[in-house]
Design a protein around this ligand. Sequence first.
Ligand code: SF4
Length: 196
Amino acid sequence: MIIAAREAVDLLIQAAGSWQFDDTLHGLRDREWMALRFLARANRFSRTPSALARVVGTTRATASQTVKRLEDKGYLQRQGSDQDKRSVILDVTPRGEKILSNDPITQLVDAIVKLETGAKNFRDLVRNILEQLDAPRDRHHADNCRRCIFLTEAASNVTREQQTFSCRFFRANLSESEIDLLCFNFERREGVAFPA
Ligand code: SF4
């Protein structure tokens, strides 16, 4: 059993490494692809240079350099935050969305879609592994709201279409589409998640 587990880890590392490269692809380094990919799926609280630094595991200065390069290429634009005039929110531009169709992880995504076990089952397996790694290090990976301790239903006497949610941490309402976006501040809820 332990040998199969070690082999699985070796294979996971090789699969994850498929998006890493020394040079550039379509003019972007692997870290820049990682940043653009995250920002395209991140919620409004996570589309900031400091959240990006936390998610990609780098310094704020390095994350700011990455953001600058992506802005210079026209893949990102910044807007002022309504809540805090000193902070900015980073939005992926239509040009950025277009370049993401060449994302080096696409082959990996396609391979997972074809898995007999099903993409959702594979996702849950990997999530389970990540959660086991998070606990002893007292950290949380970025994830969506559905399994976060801070998510609450804002109203109970409405239909599913009308239902809204709120975040107790950021003290903000969330639409249903927002709760499927990635958040740097995610903290895992024990037990049942909000259904996907
Ligand atoms: S509920 Fe959790 S994951 Fe969602 S915005 Fe709030 S802190 Fe982030």
